[in-house]
Design a binder for this molecule. Sequence first.
Ligand SMILES: [Zn+2]
Length: 156
Amino acid sequence: MKLYKIKKTPIDKKGLGLVAACDIKKGTKIINYIGNIITKKQTEENPKFDNSKPIYLFNLNSRYDLDGDVSWNTARLINHSCSNNCDYDGKGLKLWVTAIKDIKKGEEITCDYGFGYDSDYKQFPCNCRSKNCAGYIVREGSRWRINKKFRKIKRN
Ligand SMILES: [Zn+2]
C-alpha cells in the first residue's frame, strides 16, 4: 500500500503535494526519490542547473548527482515547510523521503528544501503557514538571518 496520496494543497496554490494516506511512524521510508543519475560534469555543463537553488538536484557523492526533475519522480511534488515532517535520506545512489516525526493521516508530507541564505532569498516565498514559518524558503540553520524570531535560538 502506498503511504501517500497526490493532492492539491494550500502550500502550493497552483500545484500538487503529497498527503499521508494513513498514520505514518517516525523513521518510515515514505517514498523513493528517483531521477536521472548524472555526473558532476553533466551538472556543470547543463544550463538547467545554472540557478543557484536547483530544487530537484541532489548531491549523491563526489562523482554523481541526482536530477529529480523528471515526470516519473512523484517525490518531486513534495512541498517545503518550515516545520517539515520529513527529510531526504540517502544511501549509496538511493535517496528516500523519510518521516522525521509521526505523521497523521491527511497531513501534508513536507521537507526542508535546504536553500542557503543569499541576497535573492525573496524569490522563494514560503506559504507553509506553520508557526515557525520564516516567510521564505531558507534552510533551518539560516532562518535567523531573515527573521528576528529565530534569533533567540543560541547558535554555536
Ligand atoms: Zn514556511
